[in-house]
Design a protein around this ligand. Structure first.
Ligand code: FE2
Length: 426
């Protein structure tokens, strides 16, 4: 007897299996009888059944604030930071909380059930930290939030950032962040990386830094981050977000850098929607793409996961809470066009992101947490191609979102028929 059985679906690796759920755990991944005893049977015949999406890089304190108090006219990272500084002065805990909760609802409907969100600690009131700790508690039954203490204006550049970052960690923020390329000097940037990694090591926390989010090929803080991960024994617990300067670095230097990252167990989180939008703004032509070296890192065994970063905020005016949009853009910009690479792009918003976040009970395996999403697609590649409806979302053994299948019908002269978007399923 199961509480829920998801019947007839195809798993991301291509096998067909039914998923039996009891309480908040997966009890069976197998072919179950047609008359299986279950409280609810969800027909997923011909659909993709996947573990939920994971976003390893987001800003819940800024999301859904587009136009407040004005829009980003230049479209640059630096104007976005300045604009966020203006918004911080006029917003409050309630407004940040309400926008974040709206986004969380949206995320759940898209099958996105784990989000690592940075939260700005450069504010003496720590209103963003207070708001997001409240949100983390409010949604914890169905959506996992990992919060990163993020000194947006620079650990040393902002006079109270250090103290406020420590306060945020004391209040229960989970991960240590940073922004070394925004410090006043390269030396201050490297010093901030060392200090923040030491704080993480002392407290047993993970590290996730905005690192080298610039087109400057001499921004090499990822080198220091890898060295500190190695020195402090933080292998597998450190991620560098963005790493866009690597796009512009000298190839010889990169041939030394990537093995150091692999040796130090440092993961990479490029954010393709934002990187392609913000980078290269100072170029004429050719205009750089600003995406880090994804396939080259993967070839050396470095874990790389796609992050979303922003939805309708000072840095990005669009966004859909759909990690498949992120994978779709990443696939194009990184030119991951072979079948294996396209499938990997799906994994980079599910399994590989779960690995970066060290989620220990993630995945469609017996004994794991019963969280999954049923997509109106035949397989993982088709899901990236179509970015289809999320038909059912289950979190911790409970159905948290359902949507009717899109069955649009053409009404053309003499040709009334269904719109056929799917071609992989017989
Ligand atoms: Fe970010």
């Amino acid at each position: 007897m199961f509480d829920i059985v998801v019947k007839g679906g195809t798993l991301p690796e291509g096998t067909r299996a039914d998923i039996g759920i009891e309480g908040d755990r997966i009890k069976a991944v197998d072919v179950l009888p047609d008359d299986v005893d279950a409280g609810e049977v969800i027909d997923a015949t011909g659909d993709l059944v996947s573990p939920p999406f994971v976003d390893p890089h987001f800003h819940l304190d800024a999301t859904l604030s587009y136009g407040l108090p004005r829009i980003n006219a230049s479209g640059t990272l630096l104007e976005g930071i300045a604009l966020w500084g203006e918004l911080k002065q006029v917003t409050n805990v309630e407004a940040i909380r309400d926008r974040a909760l709206d986004y969380c609802d949206w995320a759940v409907s898209m099958g996105l059930l784990t989000i690592r969100s940075h939260v700005d600690t450069c504010d003496d009131t720590l209103k963003g930290v207070e708001a997001l700790l409240e949100v983390r508690e409010a949604v914890k039954g169905y959506l996992d939030l990992q919060l990163v203490a993020f000194p947006q204006d620079g650990l040393y550049r902002d006079p109270t950032a250090y103290d406020n970052t420590i306060r945020a960690l004391d209040m229960g923020v989970d991960v240590v962040g940073g922004i070394p390329h925004f410090e006043r000097t390269m030396e201050d940037g490297a010093r901030s990386v060392r200090t923040l990694c030491e704080i993480a090591a002392e407290r047993g926390l993970m590290v996730d830094m905005h690192c080298d989010e610039t087109d400057d090929p001499h921004s090499r803080h990822i080198e220091t981050l890898a060295a500190e991960a190695q020195r402090l024994g933080l292998q597998g617990r450190v991620a560098g977000s963005h790493l866009t300067s690597m796009h512009s670095m000298d190839n010889y230097y990169v041939s030394k850098l990537l093995p150091l990252m692999a040796e130090a167990g440092v993961a990479a989180i490029p954010n393709p929607l934002i990187n392609i939008m913000l980078q290269g703004r100072h170029d004429t032509f050719p205009k750089r793409r600003g995406l880090t070296r994804v396939k080259e890192m993967q070839a050396l065994g470095i874990t790389v996961g796609w992050g979303q970063d922003c939805v309708r905020d000072p840095w990005y005016s669009l966004g859909t809470a759909d990690m498949l949009d992120v994978a779709f853009m990443g696939l194009h910009v990184a030119q991951m066009s072979s079948p294996e690479e396209m499938k990997r792009c799906f994994d980079m918003v599910t399994e590989e992101n779960a690995r970066i976040l060290n989620l220990d009970d993630y995945g469609l395996r017996v004994g794991q947490r019963a969280s999954l999403v049923v997509l109106d697609a035949g397989d993982a590649i088709e899901a990236v191609r179509l970015r289809p409806d999320r038909l059912t979302v289950i979190s911790n053994g409970k159905v948290v979102s359902q949507k009717a299948r899109n069955d649009a019908k053409l009404r053309l002269n003499g040709r009334p028929e269904s719109v056929r978007r799917r071609h992989n399923v017989n």
